[in-house]
Every structure is written in C-alpha cells, then in structure tokens.
Design a protein around this ligand. Structure first.
Ligand code: PMT
Length: 427
C-alpha cells in the first residue's frame, strides 16, 4: 500500500521515526509531508533515513515546475493518509478546508481515506473549539485513532497523548486487511449501511430501552424530558427485521409498538426501568440504553398535590440509579451500548461516559437543537478503543441500520473482532 504520512507540530512527532521505519518494514511504500511545526521536532534528514521521501514547505527552488503540482501528485499517489501526530492547529485547518501548506493542500485534493492520530495538551484537546472541530471533521469522513490518556510532555496527566506506535501499527494492519472496520473508509460511508442485513442478527437477543422516564413530584406533576422514543423504536424495529429476539422496555413515548415486536414492557420511572432491565438482561446478548433516563427524582414524592403557597418552591431531588452502568456491572459479558446526549464537548463527554459506565460502545449525539422528538439526527459512534465513526444528518430509521451494523460486527465473534466478516457485503 502507498501510505502518505503527514507530520505536524507536536512533541509526539519524534515517535514518527520509529513509526515510518516499522511501516516500511511491513512492506508499505511511505511518503512524508512534514509541516513547519513538525519540522521543529523532527528533521527531514532523520525521516528520509528511514526510507521515505520527505516533502516540506521550504523549497530550495520555489519555481521548479515539478513542485507546482506536488500536492496533486501526492494526493493521487496515496492509498491512505495518516496525519500523525495531528495537532489542534492542523485539525482546525482541515475541518474548514484550509489549503495553506503542502499537507493541508494535499489532503484537500485527495479522496483517499484519512486518519487523524491526535496529540496535544489535555486542555487544548478539551477546548470547546477543538471539540467542535472534532465533531465536524468526523462528519466529513475523517477517521480518528486516539487520543490516549496519561502523562503528557507538559506534566499534565489526562487525555490528549498520541496512542503508542504499536497500537497505530495494529490498527493500520486491521484497517488494511479488512474490507470494513469500525472506522470505515470514505467510500463506504457514501455507500451506506450493509445491504445484507436481513436476518443477520438471528439468534441474538437484544434488550432496548427507549423513551423518557417520568419521575413524579406529586400525584399530578412530574419531571421528564422530550424523548419521543423514535430512536429506540427505530432500533427495535430494525433489530426485529434482522431476526433478533427483541425486548423493548419503554417509558414516555409518542410511538406505536412496531409490528412483530411481542416482548414489550412499559415502565414509568427510572427505578422501574432498572428493575425490568435487570430482569431481562439475564437472558440477553446485547443491551442498548437509548432511553432518556431522568438523572434525578424526588426524594419523597408528595402523596398529595403540592399546594401553591410560597413564591419559591424548593424540591429535594436525589440521584436515580444508573441503569446501563448497573447492567454492565451485573452482567460484564453483555455487549452494552449507551447513548450520550450532550450539548457541548460532545466527543469528550461521550468518552467519559463510555469509560465511567464501562460500556462497549457509545453513540454520541448533540442534543442542543432538534434531536429529541425529531425524525433525524447525526451521531458519532465510539467504541472502547476510541475508534470513531460519524454520520451526516440522517433519518433515525437509517441511523438504526448503521448502529446495528456496527453492533453486528462487534458481536458476531467471541473475540469481538474489529475485522469484517469474510462475506461482508460492504463494497
Ligand atoms: O427518543 P428520541 O426523541 O428519538 O430522541 C433520541 C435521544 C436523544 C433520547 C437518544 O438519541 C439519546 O441520546 N438517548 C440517551 C439520552 C440520555 O439520557 O443521555 P445521557 O447522556 O443523559 O445518558 C447516557 C447514557 O446513560 C444513556 O444511554 C442513558 O440511557 C443512560 N442512563 C442515564 C441515566 C441513568 N440514570 N441511567 C442510565 O442508564
């Protein structure tokens, strides 16, 4: 394979010498574009010594005719482009289509799959501007590996470190050897989900929670949210079509029970949803927590209607149990998928939930506008290894297909291989 490696400004650039050497040892042809920032950390000479041609922005002869179309030639040459390390600055430029240096111009001109391997200070990673750029760039079809957590060059201990060289090689080999992985290629993204889905979940048992929970304040009032159940019902309908045995545990919803779905349980509160979930998770393979569960409930709901007396009314709320975290704790072998409804720092907060709830996969969505109750949504699917896959704005039924395709890939073997089945029909 022809692999183009873009090296940008981060101390992690020093690790690319080993990376280039190992990629070349695997028999791949490498070319490198080193940005000015990258060249502060690693020299063209040391990279070229690893057996790869190195292109920079500093031309000895800026008017050499062969240089003029350099970015186009490199763009056409590459089968895959790795941007490693990917700095916050280069990610921001790529998000908005800048073409102000050899690397960004080449990437803009190329339709090869592009993989970002970020490395930056934890606060730069968490900054709202970076998080917004990450959400956008994933939707453009870029893949992303990492970042990892740990000790940073500046002394901070947190997320933002580049993943290790061996992990990059491992992911690269899986990507190159499989027709479809969690991180799909741009072309696969355009072609949509697996067209051979009928009955491909036959034999699997899936529990799905949907809709919103209702937490009573008194006999007539309650706390709830705007979940309509559309996403959860879409998943249930699609899972039935794929031959799975589906149990739908639903709260407040505007939806009618999908045809062919027999095992349905209506609940009101988070406590009831937890009880039903625990009961049904004993005999299931996959648990999808799509419900919008109220985080808090009244400590003691008023037995009578609360009278209007004072100007201010203070209610004492306590935390509800965390259903998916509890399910994973009780049944660690279950493949548990959560949703993260966020209004800012989407990717970062979703990863926090993935880790703290010990989930196998999380579907992040930006609910700041038009998701609850709407027919469409755009999502970012994140797995345990922090591979990410983002979609455009799509109908929730279609998103259900994409989500179940991913779950199918992960649960079809005991090893939860990232690799596609040999008979995968992704083209
Ligand atoms: O129903 P729709 O109108 O179609 O809208 C879809 C949706 C916005 C509800 C859906 O896409 C979504 O994001 N569902 C999760 C909503 C939510 O509660 O997100 P959260 O980030 O607060 O919770 C994270 C995860 O923990 C969720 O999987 C949730 O089900 C679960 N959870 C949360 C709290 C709790 N006490 N127990 C839980 O299990």
């Amino acid at each position: 394979m022809k692999i183009l490696i873009g090296i940008t400004g981060s101390i992690a650039a020093i690790k690319t010498i080993e990376l280039v050497h190992k990629i070349a040892q695997l028999g791949h042809e490498c070319k490198i574009i080193l940005t000015r920032g990258g060249a502060n950390f690693v020299t063209p000479m040391s990279l070229a010594s690893m057996g790869a041609d190195v292109y920079t922005d500093d031309k000895i002869n800026a008017y050499k005719t062969s240089d003029i179309m350099e970015h186009i030639n490199l763009a056409k040459w590459a089968d895959y482009i790795l941007i490693v390390p990917a700095s916050a600055n280069t990610i921001a430029k790529l998000t908005y289509g800048f073409a102000d240096n050899t690397l960004t111009a080449t990437i803009l001109a190329s339709n090869a799959p592009k993989i970002l391997i970020p490395a930056m200070n934890q606060q730069m990673w968490k900054a709202t501007a970076t998080q917004n750029n990450i959400s956008k760039i994933l939707q453009l079809g870029f893949m992303m590996w990492g970042p990892a957590s740990g000790l940073q060059a500046c002394g901070d201990i947190d997320v933002g470190r580049m993943i290790e060289v061996d992990e990059i090689l491992d992911k690269l080999q899986k990507l190159l050897s499989s027709k479809c992985t969690m991180s799909e290629t741009c072309q696969q993204r355009q072609e949509g989900p697996n067209m051979n889905e009928y009955n491909n979940l036959k034999g699997k048992r899936i529990v799905i929670t949907a809709g919103g929970t209702i937490e009573p304040l008194d006999p007539v009032r309650y706390i709830s949210n705007h979940s309509s159940g559309k996403m959860g019902y879409g998943l249930a309908k699609e899972a039935v079509y794929r031959g799975a045995e589906v149990t739908l545990i639903y709260g407040k919803t505007t939806q009618a029970i999908p045809n062919g779905l027999k095992d349905v349980i209506h609940v009101t509160t988070a406590d009831e949803m937890l009880e039903a979930s625990i009961q049904h998770a004993t005999v299931t393979d996959i648990f999808i927590g799509c419900a919008a569960v109220c985080d808090y409930k009244m400590k003691i709901p008023n037995p009578q209607k609360i009278k209007k007396s004072e100007n201010n009314l203070v209610l004492e709320l306590i935390k509800n149990p965390d259903i998916i975290a509890r399910i994973k704790q009780l049944y660690p072998k279950l493949f548990v998928v959560g949703f993260a409804a966020e209004t800012e720092n989407i990717v970062n907060y979703a990863i926090d939930k993935l880790v703290t709830k010990n989930l196998d996969m999380i579907i992040a969505n930006d609910v700041s506008t038009g998701v609850f109750g709407y027919d469409t949504n755009k999502i970012i699917i994140i797995d345990k290894e922090r591979n990410m896959f983002a979609t455009e704005e799509l109908a929730k039924e279609y998103l259900a297909k994409i989500i179940l395709d991913k779950i199918f890939l992960y649960t079809r073997t005991d090893s939860r291989s990232m690799e596609a089945p040999s008979d995968a029909t992704y083209r």
